[in-house]
Design a protein around this ligand. Sequence first.
Ligand code: SF4
Length: 291
Amino acid sequence: MPVPETLPHDPPARRVGSLSPSRASDFMQCPLLFRFRTVDRLPEKPSPVAIRGTLVHSVLERLFDTPREGRTLAAALDLVAPEWERLIETEPEAAEAIGSDTSDWLASAAPLLETYFQLEDPTRLEPAERELHVTCTLEDGLVLRGYVDRLDVAPATGDMRIVDYKTGKAPRDGFEAKAMFQMRFYALVLWRARGEVPKLLQLLYLGSGELLRYEPTESDLLATERKLTALAQRIDQSLTTGDFLPNKTKLCDWCDHRAICPAWGGTPPPMPAIDADGVVQSPEPTATEED
Ligand code: SF4
Protein backbone atom coordinates (compact mmCIF):
# COMPACT_ATOMS: atom_id res chain seq x y z
CA MET A 1 0.00 0.00 0.00
CA PRO A 2 1.48 3.42 -0.92
CA VAL A 3 2.57 5.51 2.05
CA PRO A 4 0.72 8.85 2.16
CA GLU A 5 3.03 11.83 1.83
CA THR A 6 1.78 13.38 5.06
CA LEU A 7 0.68 11.14 7.89
CA PRO A 8 -2.23 12.45 9.97
CA HIS A 9 -0.09 12.61 13.11
CA ASP A 10 2.80 14.50 11.47
CA PRO A 11 3.62 17.70 13.34
CA PRO A 12 2.26 20.80 11.60
CA ALA A 13 4.74 22.52 9.29
CA ARG A 14 6.62 25.36 10.96
CA ARG A 15 5.40 28.69 9.62
CA VAL A 16 7.25 31.10 11.87
CA GLY A 17 10.94 30.54 11.07
CA SER A 18 12.61 32.80 13.63
CA LEU A 19 11.84 34.90 16.66
CA SER A 20 13.58 37.76 18.44
CA PRO A 21 12.69 38.80 22.00
CA SER A 22 10.89 41.90 20.69
CA ARG A 23 8.69 39.97 18.29
CA ALA A 24 7.96 37.27 20.87
CA SER A 25 6.94 40.03 23.32
CA ASP A 26 4.74 41.59 20.62
CA PHE A 27 2.72 38.40 20.26
CA MET A 28 2.41 37.98 24.03
CA GLN A 29 1.24 41.60 24.33
CA CYS A 30 -1.10 41.65 21.33
CA PRO A 31 -1.25 39.08 18.47
CA LEU A 32 -2.55 41.74 16.06
CA LEU A 33 0.42 43.99 16.85
CA PHE A 34 2.70 41.04 16.01
CA ARG A 35 0.88 40.64 12.67
CA PHE A 36 1.20 44.34 11.79
CA ARG A 37 4.91 44.36 12.60
CA THR A 38 6.05 40.93 11.43
CA VAL A 39 3.66 39.83 8.68
CA ASP A 40 2.42 43.15 7.22
CA ARG A 41 5.68 44.90 8.17
CA LEU A 42 3.88 48.23 8.43
CA PRO A 43 6.17 51.22 8.97
CA GLU A 44 6.27 52.88 12.39
CA LYS A 45 7.45 56.33 13.36
CA PRO A 46 10.43 56.08 15.73
CA SER A 47 9.75 57.87 19.03
CA PRO A 48 12.25 60.42 20.41
CA VAL A 49 12.54 58.28 23.56
CA ALA A 50 13.49 55.19 21.55
CA ILE A 51 15.93 57.20 19.43
CA ARG A 52 17.60 58.59 22.55
CA GLY A 53 17.88 55.01 23.82
CA THR A 54 19.69 54.01 20.63
CA LEU A 55 22.01 57.01 20.92
CA VAL A 56 22.93 56.24 24.54
CA HIS A 57 23.54 52.59 23.62
CA SER A 58 25.88 53.71 20.80
CA VAL A 59 27.82 55.99 23.15
CA LEU A 60 28.24 53.21 25.72
CA GLU A 61 29.31 50.76 23.03
CA ARG A 62 31.88 53.21 21.61
CA LEU A 63 33.18 54.22 25.07
CA PHE A 64 34.87 50.83 25.38
CA ASP A 65 36.98 51.57 22.27
CA THR A 66 38.83 54.07 24.48
CA PRO A 67 41.72 52.75 26.62
CA ARG A 68 40.56 52.04 30.20
CA GLU A 69 41.88 55.19 31.86
CA GLY A 70 40.13 57.39 29.28
CA ARG A 71 36.64 55.97 29.95
CA THR A 72 35.35 58.99 31.87
CA LEU A 73 31.99 60.75 31.96
CA ALA A 74 33.53 63.65 30.01
CA ALA A 75 34.70 61.22 27.32
CA ALA A 76 31.21 59.69 27.13
CA LEU A 77 29.60 63.15 26.81
CA ASP A 78 32.07 64.01 24.03
CA LEU A 79 30.82 60.98 22.10
CA VAL A 80 27.16 62.11 22.06
CA ALA A 81 27.37 64.51 19.09
CA PRO A 82 29.53 62.28 16.82
CA GLU A 83 27.39 59.22 17.61
CA TRP A 84 24.27 61.25 16.74
CA GLU A 85 25.84 62.13 13.37
CA ARG A 86 26.58 58.45 12.75
CA LEU A 87 23.06 57.46 13.75
CA ILE A 88 21.30 59.86 11.41
CA GLU A 89 23.50 58.76 8.54
CA THR A 90 22.15 55.23 8.83
CA GLU A 91 18.65 56.18 10.10
CA PRO A 92 17.69 59.51 8.47
CA GLU A 93 14.14 59.13 9.85
CA ALA A 94 15.64 59.71 13.32
CA ALA A 95 16.68 63.23 12.25
CA GLU A 96 13.14 63.89 10.98
CA ALA A 97 11.60 62.72 14.26
CA ILE A 98 13.82 65.02 16.34
CA GLY A 99 13.78 68.10 14.10
CA SER A 100 16.53 70.60 13.35
CA ASP A 101 17.06 72.05 16.84
CA THR A 102 18.85 69.15 18.49
CA SER A 103 20.87 70.87 21.23
CA ASP A 104 18.33 70.39 24.08
CA TRP A 105 17.52 66.91 22.89
CA LEU A 106 21.17 65.85 22.73
CA ALA A 107 21.69 67.35 26.20
CA SER A 108 18.93 65.07 27.51
CA ALA A 109 21.30 62.11 27.03
CA ALA A 110 23.67 63.53 29.67
CA PRO A 111 21.70 62.56 32.83
CA LEU A 112 21.43 58.98 31.54
CA LEU A 113 25.18 58.78 31.01
CA GLU A 114 25.81 60.34 34.45
CA THR A 115 23.63 57.63 35.95
CA TYR A 116 25.57 54.97 34.07
CA PHE A 117 28.77 56.10 35.79
CA GLN A 118 27.03 55.85 39.18
CA LEU A 119 26.14 52.23 38.45
CA GLU A 120 29.41 51.00 36.91
CA ASP A 121 33.05 51.96 36.62
CA PRO A 122 33.97 51.23 32.98
CA THR A 123 37.70 51.58 33.75
CA ARG A 124 37.43 48.28 35.64
CA LEU A 125 35.70 46.38 32.82
CA GLU A 126 36.90 44.80 29.60
CA PRO A 127 33.84 43.51 27.74
CA ALA A 128 34.29 40.33 25.75
CA GLU A 129 31.65 41.44 23.25
CA ARG A 130 29.51 44.49 22.52
CA GLU A 131 26.31 44.54 20.42
CA LEU A 132 26.74 40.80 19.99
CA HIS A 133 24.42 39.12 17.49
CA VAL A 134 23.36 35.82 19.06
CA THR A 135 21.46 33.02 17.39
CA CYS A 136 20.61 29.35 17.88
CA THR A 137 18.25 26.79 16.37
CA LEU A 138 15.97 24.80 18.66
CA GLU A 139 15.25 21.11 18.05
CA ASP A 140 11.94 21.88 16.31
CA GLY A 141 13.75 24.15 13.80
CA LEU A 142 12.75 27.47 15.39
CA VAL A 143 15.61 30.00 15.11
CA LEU A 144 16.08 32.40 18.03
CA ARG A 145 18.11 35.55 17.55
CA GLY A 146 18.79 38.93 19.03
CA TYR A 147 21.45 41.44 20.08
CA VAL A 148 23.15 41.42 23.48
CA ASP A 149 24.32 44.90 24.54
CA ARG A 150 27.39 43.56 26.32
CA LEU A 151 28.87 40.21 27.24
CA ASP A 152 31.49 40.07 29.99
CA VAL A 153 33.54 36.91 30.47
CA ALA A 154 35.51 36.39 33.70
CA PRO A 155 39.16 35.72 32.71
CA ALA A 156 39.74 33.22 35.55
CA THR A 157 36.58 31.13 35.33
CA GLY A 158 35.08 31.87 31.90
CA ASP A 159 31.77 32.78 33.61
CA MET A 160 29.51 34.80 31.31
CA ARG A 161 27.58 37.89 32.40
CA ILE A 162 24.97 39.30 30.03
CA VAL A 163 24.50 43.06 30.46
CA ASP A 164 21.66 45.11 29.01
CA TYR A 165 21.22 48.88 29.28
CA LYS A 166 17.72 50.29 29.66
CA THR A 167 17.21 54.03 29.37
CA GLY A 168 13.84 53.86 31.13
CA LYS A 169 13.04 53.25 34.79
CA ALA A 170 13.20 49.90 36.57
CA PRO A 171 9.86 48.03 36.74
CA ARG A 172 7.84 48.20 39.95
CA ASP A 173 8.09 45.29 42.41
CA GLY A 174 6.30 42.26 41.00
CA PHE A 175 6.79 43.31 37.34
CA GLU A 176 10.41 42.18 36.95
CA ALA A 177 9.52 38.89 35.22
CA LYS A 178 8.55 40.63 31.99
CA ALA A 179 11.80 42.64 32.03
CA MET A 180 13.77 39.45 32.60
CA PHE A 181 12.09 37.59 29.72
CA GLN A 182 14.41 39.25 27.18
CA MET A 183 17.45 38.37 29.33
CA ARG A 184 16.37 34.73 29.74
CA PHE A 185 15.88 34.60 25.97
CA TYR A 186 19.50 35.73 25.45
CA ALA A 187 20.74 33.35 28.15
CA LEU A 188 18.95 30.45 26.44
CA VAL A 189 20.47 31.34 23.07
CA LEU A 190 23.99 31.60 24.53
CA TRP A 191 23.53 28.34 26.44
CA ARG A 192 22.40 26.51 23.30
CA ALA A 193 25.10 28.15 21.14
CA ARG A 194 28.05 27.83 23.55
CA GLY A 195 27.06 25.01 25.90
CA GLU A 196 27.40 27.10 29.08
CA VAL A 197 24.63 28.62 31.18
CA PRO A 198 25.49 32.33 31.68
CA LYS A 199 26.29 33.02 35.33
CA LEU A 200 24.51 36.35 35.66
CA LEU A 201 21.91 38.47 33.86
CA GLN A 202 22.22 42.16 34.66
CA LEU A 203 19.92 45.01 33.66
CA LEU A 204 21.11 48.58 34.20
CA TYR A 205 18.23 51.06 34.39
CA LEU A 206 19.71 54.44 33.52
CA GLY A 207 16.36 56.21 33.99
CA SER A 208 16.18 55.38 37.69
CA GLY A 209 19.72 54.35 38.63
CA GLU A 210 18.78 50.78 39.54
CA LEU A 211 20.31 47.39 38.84
CA LEU A 212 18.37 44.20 38.37
CA ARG A 213 20.37 40.99 38.63
CA TYR A 214 19.41 37.38 38.21
CA GLU A 215 21.34 34.10 38.23
CA PRO A 216 19.67 31.78 35.73
CA THR A 217 19.61 28.00 36.13
CA GLU A 218 19.29 25.24 33.54
CA SER A 219 15.72 24.61 34.62
CA ASP A 220 14.85 28.32 34.15
CA LEU A 221 16.21 28.20 30.63
CA LEU A 222 14.44 24.93 29.83
CA ALA A 223 11.20 26.59 30.98
CA THR A 224 11.96 29.58 28.71
CA GLU A 225 12.59 27.19 25.81
CA ARG A 226 9.25 25.42 26.42
CA LYS A 227 7.49 28.78 26.61
CA LEU A 228 9.00 29.92 23.30
CA THR A 229 8.18 26.61 21.61
CA ALA A 230 4.56 26.90 22.76
CA LEU A 231 4.46 30.55 21.66
CA ALA A 232 5.78 29.63 18.19
CA GLN A 233 3.01 26.99 17.93
CA ARG A 234 0.39 29.63 18.76
CA ILE A 235 1.90 31.96 16.13
CA ASP A 236 1.89 29.10 13.58
CA GLN A 237 -1.78 28.55 14.33
CA SER A 238 -2.57 32.24 13.80
CA LEU A 239 -0.60 32.22 10.54
CA THR A 240 -2.58 29.19 9.38
CA THR A 241 -6.00 30.59 10.28
CA GLY A 242 -5.24 34.29 9.71
CA ASP A 243 -6.66 35.05 13.18
CA PHE A 244 -4.56 37.60 15.05
CA LEU A 245 -6.78 38.93 17.78
CA PRO A 246 -6.30 42.44 19.14
CA ASN A 247 -5.62 42.75 22.85
CA LYS A 248 -6.77 46.18 24.00
CA THR A 249 -4.74 47.45 26.94
CA LYS A 250 -3.23 50.71 28.10
CA LEU A 251 -0.20 49.85 25.93
CA CYS A 252 -2.41 50.72 22.91
CA ASP A 253 -1.55 54.37 23.73
CA TRP A 254 1.93 53.68 22.31
CA CYS A 255 0.74 51.67 19.28
CA ASP A 256 1.15 53.25 15.81
CA HIS A 257 -1.69 51.15 14.38
CA ARG A 258 -4.76 52.23 16.33
CA ALA A 259 -6.37 53.76 13.20
CA ILE A 260 -6.54 50.31 11.54
CA CYS A 261 -7.20 48.28 14.69
CA PRO A 262 -10.68 46.77 15.14
CA ALA A 263 -10.39 47.22 18.93
CA TRP A 264 -10.46 50.98 18.19
CA GLY A 265 -13.07 50.92 15.39
CA GLY A 266 -10.58 50.53 12.51
CA THR A 267 -10.26 47.94 9.74
CA PRO A 268 -6.98 46.07 9.20
CA PRO A 269 -5.68 45.61 5.64
CA PRO A 270 -6.18 42.16 4.08
CA MET A 271 -3.75 39.59 5.41
CA PRO A 272 -0.72 39.59 3.08
CA ALA A 273 0.36 36.43 1.29
CA ILE A 274 3.12 34.58 3.09
CA ASP A 275 6.29 33.93 1.06
CA ALA A 276 6.75 30.95 -1.25
CA ASP A 277 8.17 28.71 1.50
CA GLY A 278 5.26 29.55 3.78
CA VAL A 279 7.75 30.68 6.43
CA VAL A 280 7.61 34.02 8.22
CA GLN A 281 10.88 35.35 9.60
CA SER A 282 10.88 37.73 12.50
CA PRO A 283 12.48 40.89 11.02
CA GLU A 284 16.09 41.34 12.07
CA PRO A 285 15.90 43.17 15.41
CA THR A 286 17.53 46.58 15.70
CA ALA A 287 19.21 48.06 18.73
CA THR A 288 16.29 50.51 19.05
CA GLU A 289 13.78 47.69 19.21
CA GLU A 290 15.79 45.67 21.68
CA ASP A 291 16.24 48.59 24.05
S1 SF4 B 1 -4.03 49.39 19.12
FE1 SF4 B 1 -3.81 47.94 20.83
S2 SF4 B 1 -5.11 46.21 20.30
FE2 SF4 B 1 -4.75 47.36 18.43
S3 SF4 B 1 -2.99 46.43 17.42
FE3 SF4 B 1 -2.23 48.12 18.68
S4 SF4 B 1 -1.70 47.15 20.62
FE4 SF4 B 1 -3.04 45.72 19.57
